[in-house]
Design a protein around this ligand. Sequence first.
Ligand code: SF4
Length: 397
Amino acid sequence: MNAQQKLDFLINNPRLDSQLKEIAIKVRDSERISFDECVYLYEHAELSYLGVLANHIREARHGDVTYFNRNFHIEPTNVCVYDCKFCSYSRMIKQREEGWEMDVDGMLDIVKRYDNEPVTEVHITGGVVPKQNLAFYAEFFKKCKAHRPDLHIKALTPVEYYYIFKKAKLSHYDGMKYLKEAGLDSMPGGGAEIFHPEIREKIAHDKCTAEQWLDIHEQAHKLGMHTNATMLYGHIEQYWHRVDHMERLRQLQDRTQGFQTFIPLKFRNKDNQMEHLPEVSVIEDLRNYAIARIYMDNFAHIKAYWAMISRDTAQMSLSFGVDDIDGTLDDTTKIYSMAGAEEQTPAMSTQELVELIRHVGRHPVERDTVYNVVTDFKDVNFDKEPKKNYYALPVVN
Ligand code: SF4
């Protein structure tokens, strides 16, 4: 049975709960589900039901195509003025000798390591420190573009931008415009956590508010930039807080169409102030991806970070609404490993990523940051490739 037939079969099951049947019919008819219906899914829907609905949407939009990119990270610092309770990564300013703080040349040296590699994106994120200010990032973006104009700079989040713009006495719009002119191309989705103040004040009380986070994305969208959005789930929030979070994003997306990808992030409980909390199960991870795919009807893509949830769960997620599993990473990020992710040195060669996708019957496509196809790997055969080397292939598009 294909995805459409499975959905029809489900809808015709006389034993299906009447509310779940109504939701399934809405999905079949490409209608938006409501806030209350989404809460109902979280509270009552089984994984198998959610998989049928989410996979139907995924395959209607993308078929078997599964995206990834070739990227590397720069984490300019892990020292941070903020105190997020779930954060395993940062060191407070008073413990800064335990952390690292790069200068512009140190960041450029990392970019130069990839001079002969076919990477398309540098992803920059980290902590917040006063000296990494507007001038610091403007200088880095300009030098990075001068060195390698084709490298897409996806950098920082509203957490950093709110701090930097406030210090520089710039509006969100003017600050984003200034950095765009310096070379910034797009913004990743971090720092969103859970928007509702009831939770945000408990887990991330001192960084930007939901309204500030959303406004900085809105200004970026006005400038024609694409951005992503995340949600940190599986800690002290209730289901309706997740729906509230997704609803705020859905409303902004209705206005701007500037988001590309929604990325649910699992709370990991190693070495942070919330380590007494248990982590949610893999079943809950998959339910959450599926519900995100069903609810976020105006987001083109749902992404799972393989480095955060493990390669096996990433493979399974491709049947629960996910169509993107992020990039090769090349062991350039510490964010996931320090939070207790299974991947302690996250790096996959292109061949490994392609094979991971193929092993679950999907069609691997390398994309750039804004989802232009770089290489379609459907019929590409690999010769033996040394692990962790990039495979040079012709650019298709
Ligand atoms: S999550 Fe980000 S803002 Fe919060 S403490 Fe960690 S590095 Fe700082």
